[in-house]
Design a protein around this ligand. Structure first.
Ligand code: HEC
Ligand code: HEC
Ligand code: HEC
Ligand code: HEC
Ligand code: HEC
Length: 165
């Protein structure tokens, strides 16, 4: 019965997406049930794991070595935490799937926005620091109109060539 309704919902979601003119975005699954909230409430800065957000084009996702700085010995009894060490023992990386990804022909730089213009992460990524499980979908829809609204507000460029190559 539950499975039946699940399929109905999946089908409804699919056609709902088609009506809106876009394919439904597939939900993202991560290798570990990582909790941003546990880490930010322990006082960790975003930059510990997204080390280049202020300085480079990409913010960067953390390598297993970054996790192992604190998790080489257990700090909780969570089986999820155990998976971090298990991956290290196998010598395998943790492969995180990107939640936000612009088309390849669009230019965007974290250095320009988070660095030079000092725009807070929450403005573009919502309350990611409070997420207790990895969100299956972006918390903020980053469409062209969204970029342009802020650019108009802040007097930044609206020239097509600035964002499109
Ligand atoms: C600077 C230290 C530090 C780094 C780096 C770090 N953690 Fe943690 N982690 C902690 C602390 C402290 C806790 C305990 C938080 C608590 O219990 O409130 C924790 C808890 C956890 C837990 C168990 C919490 C839960 O959800 O029940 C998991 C899983 C975990 N971390 C995974 C990771 C992963 C994956 C990485 C790398 C992407 C990472 N950690 C990087 C310090 C760190
Ligand atoms: C201890 C490491 C750690 C800290 C601290 C941390 N993050 Fe993350 N972040 C991750 C991991 C691991 C993922 C991938 C899994 C997930 O989505 O939860 C991620 C994913 C993200 C993503 C999605 C990126 C994408 O497109 O794939 C955003 C945005 C983000 N974090 C923002 C933040 C912000 C803002 C802060 C500070 C408030 C922060 N993070 C603090 C480890 C961390
Ligand atoms: C002005 C909006 C904006 C701000 C501010 C911003 N981001 Fe992003 N972020 C984006 C966009 C757009 C993407 C997708 C970029 C792409 O696909 O090229 C992204 C992607 C990411 C990603 C995944 C890809 C990557 O770059 O590694 C992470 C992680 C991330 N942001 C973290 C952060 C953190 C942490 C901060 C604050 C220090 C931050 N972002 C500030 C808009 C923003
Ligand atoms: C919350 C506001 C905000 C959002 C959202 C935003 N931007 Fe910007 N953007 C700015 C500001 C402010 C600047 C000027 C930064 C500086 O001082 O160089 C800028 C500059 C730029 C530049 C450099 C332009 C030049 O003069 O060469 C590009 C490219 C750009 N943004 C692309 C994007 C894209 C693509 C998006 C959406 C995915 C986006 N921006 C979303 C505020 C924003
Ligand atoms: C501030 C950055 C920015 C500027 C300026 C900008 N774009 Fe975009 N554009 C984007 C982003 C981000 C996307 C991808 C997200 C989306 O499809 O909404 C995009 C997507 C597009 C697409 C594909 C849309 C689709 O639905 O597949 C077209 C076509 C386009 N832009 C044309 C233009 C033209 C023409 C201009 C100048 C009048 C322009 N853009 C100016 C950021 C920008």
């Amino acid at each position: 019965m539950r499975r039946g309704w699940g399929s109905v919902l999946v089908v409804a979601g699919f056609f709902g997406g088609m009506v809106l003119g876009r394919k439904p975005e597939p939900s993202v699954v991560q290798p570990i049930r990582f909790s941003h909230a546990k880490h930010t409430s322990a006082g960790l800065d975003c930059a510990i794991c997204h080390s280049s957000a202020g300085e480079e084009t990409f913010a960067g996702l953390p390598a297993l070595e970054t996790c192992m700085m604190c998790h080489s010995t257990p700090v909780t009894e969570s089986p999820e935490e155990e998976k971090v060490r298990a991956a290290a023992e196998r010598g395998e990386p943790l492969v995180w799937t990107r939640l936000y990804r612009l088309p390849n022909n669009v230019l965007f730089s974290h250095r320009r926005h988070a660095g030079l213009a000092e725009i807070a992460c929450t403005v573009c990524h919502g309350p990611m620091g409070e997420a207790v499980v990895p969100p299956p979908r972006p918390l903020v829809k980053q469409r062209m109109e969204w970029c342009l609204d802020c650019h108009a507000e802040r007097g930044a460029t609206e020239d097509c060539a600035a964002c499109h190559r």
